[in-house]
Design a protein around this ligand. Structure first.
Ligand code: GFB
Length: 325
């Protein structure tokens, strides 16, 4: 069992994932959390990262820092997504190795799997086919991160491994309409349409793709669970390179749109903008391994959406102006 006085560095502690990890670890009783802001520590700068590790000497590292965004942001800012994510992962993982960190957990995304992967996607599907074009740069960077952890384990015996969450939503999400993921975008669109009495709200694509959505607090609980009981050797010696974290069920985008419309209380129509990309038609994770270990998600979609809408109402307009985490 991880003792409560371990010095834990949460990289990206101000983002949606990192802030949830911080809340979760604090309420579990961990007292020595290092949570520098991105202004205080630029993770894309190797020298700054090396100096931080030499000075702060964290014992455990959770990499929740990443350049993230929805389908359009991934497709548009392709260079930023691959460059920044590669730099963050390489700098933090190498610094963790050099300073003798006991355990490191890197977070990725279900978009690491091939576009046409067998559904639900088992961990073994990694690198079995070509990627979805819209998020290929981000996915390549995250696959590089997985392989960095695995390589530091295989060459140096480091206790470093990766967890791959499904599509996430939650408080502190990015509500910018161009760069956000679908849930915050639709929540804001339906809310603003309700406020201004609009007759309809337009959603991107055909509405037919399916996505698996998980509340970020379920991910934070999974990270804590894994940090306590999963070692790198449990993963790599079983022939896989990471563990999936998800709910095990998915919905059509049009269904989630109707759900959000209902939660927000918008009475109008939903129209489709087919000029926008659909992305992968389906990406449902197989979460059997985490279930077998004893972890299970707790927050069902409808309830999670209601909670996040409450949060949005309390935090707007600041939420609307939030930048990419
Ligand atoms: O959430 P989203 O941007 O992420 O889009 P992805 C999911 C689906 O919702 C796509 C549709 O089919 C979108 O076309 N959609 C409908 C919308 N209306 C909207 C809208 O107003 N905004 C947005 N953003 N989507 C990202 C990847 O893919 O998901 C990343 O690009 C990462 O690499 C992340 O893996 C979790 O699931 O398509």
């Amino acid at each position: 069992m991880t003792s409560f006085d371990k010095k834990i560095f949460i990289a990206g502690a101000n983002g949606m994932v990192g802030s949830s990890v911080k809340r979760c670890f604090e309420s579990a009783g961990f007292t020595d959390l290092l949570t520098p802001s991105s202004n205080a520590l630029d993770l894309t700068d190797q020298k700054s990262v090396d100096e931080f590790f030499a000075h702060a000497e964290p014992e455990i590292v959770i990499i929740a820092a990443a350049k993230v965004g929805g389908i359009l942001a991934n497709n548009t800012y392709r260079a930023d997504f691959i460059y920044q994510n590669l730099m963050i992962e390489a700098n933090v993982i190498n610094a963790a190795f050099k300073s003798g960190v006991e355990k490191l957990v890197l977070l990725g995304s279900s978009c690491i799997y091939p576009k046409l992967a067998v559904q639900p996607m088992r961990e073994e599907e990694l690198l079995s086919g070509y990627l979805e074009f819209t998020n290929e740069p981000y996915a390549i960077a995250k696959i590089a991160g997985i392989k960095l952890c695995e390589s530091y384990y295989r060459q140096h015996g480091c206790n470093f491994y990766s967890l791959m969450p499904t599509n996430l939503y939650g408080p502190n999400d990015n509500f910018d309409l161009e760069t956000s993921h679908v849930i915050p975008a639709l929540m804001r669109k339906f809310h603003e349409a309700k406020e201004s009495g609009d007759a309809s709200v337009t959603i991107w694509g055909s509405g037919r793709p399916r996505r698996e959505f998980m509340h970020v607090d379920d991910l934070a609980a999974a990270i804590l669970f894994a940090m306590r009981i999963v070692e790198a050797k449990d993963i790599y010696e079983n022939g896989i390179s990471h563990l999936n974290i998800g709910t095990g069920s998915d919905v059509e985008i049009i269904e989630v749109a109707k759900l959000i419309k209902d939660v927000v209380g918008f009475d109008g129509e939903i129209t489709l903008d087919n000029s926008k990309p659909d992305g992968t038609i389906r990406k449902l994770l197989d979460v059997k391994r985490m279930h077998d270990l004893g972890w299970h998600h707790k927050i069902e979609l409808r309830h999670g959406l209601e909670e996040v809408y409450k949060w949005f109402l309390e935090h707007q307009p600041a939420a609307k102006d939030s930048a990419i985490a």
